[in-house]
Design a protein around this ligand. Structure first.
Ligand code: ADP
Ligand code: MG
Ligand code: ZN
Length: 181
């Protein structure tokens, strides 16, 4: 009863974490049991909370693999997952299992990597979700809607943890202007 998958996706700085926090807080107001999980790989801020770029935060449980979520989600009605793109390939299966057993699963993550390619298991989760919300940031070059996370540093690895020093939000035109590094 009530199980579903909701995806919140978009580029860096698009407001995914803020939107996740907003939805989770509303569930809390409704006195629903909530738990938020984040990958231990994401060590940018506090390990035991999810923090947005304007420093809103909410407690979270850091987990090293997606299968760890299932036993920890026992008796939880709303499960939030942030930075979903950093989890392993088993995350879609975990989300499906939770939703099918009646849990509302809210998944936030980057839909594209810095090369503009689908990131991790986000496409699979989006395909199986009841709702997909794609948020946009503001292009730092021209002010229009940004959907790309442009990497400012010359590093070709898929995962490079960083913030404003390493990435900026760009629209299609400005992203393609300089080419991706
Ligand atoms: P995400 O989780 O998608 O990376 P956050 O929810 O952490 O995004 O942060 C969104 C906030 O980032 C915005 O409310 C705004 O204060 C800030 N911000 C900084 N740079 C930008 C940008 N280029 N476009 C939009 N918001 C930005
Ligand atoms: Mg975020
Ligand atoms: Zn632009």
């Amino acid at each position: 009863l009530g199980g579903c998958i909701e995806v919140i996706c978009g580029s860096m700085f698009s407001g995914k974490t803020e939107e996740l926090i907003r939805r989770v807080n509303r569930a809390r107001i409704a006195k629903v049991q909530v738990e938020i999980f984040s990958p231990v790989a994401d060590t940018r801020y506090d390990k035991s909370s999810v923090v947005s770029h304007n420093l809103n935060s909410i407690p979270s449980v850091p987990v090293s693999k997606s299968a760890d979520i299932l036993p920890l989600a026992d008796h939880i009605q709303v499960v939030g997952i942030d930075e979903a793109q950093f989890f392993d390939d088993n995350l879609p299966e975990v989300c499906l299992q939770l939703a099918n057993s009646g849990v509302r699963v809210i998944v936030a993550g980057l839909d594209m990597d810095f090369k503009g390619r689908p990131f991790g298991s986000m496409p699979q989760i989006m395909a199986m979700a009841e709702s997909v919300t794609k948020l946009h940031a503001v292009c730092v070059k021209c002010g229009s809607q940004a959907m790309y996370s442009y990497r400012l540093v010359p590093d070709d690895s898929k995962i490079l943890l960083g913030e404003k020093e390493s990435y900026e939000a760009r629209c299609r035109k400005c992203y393609n202007l300089d080419g991706s590094i």
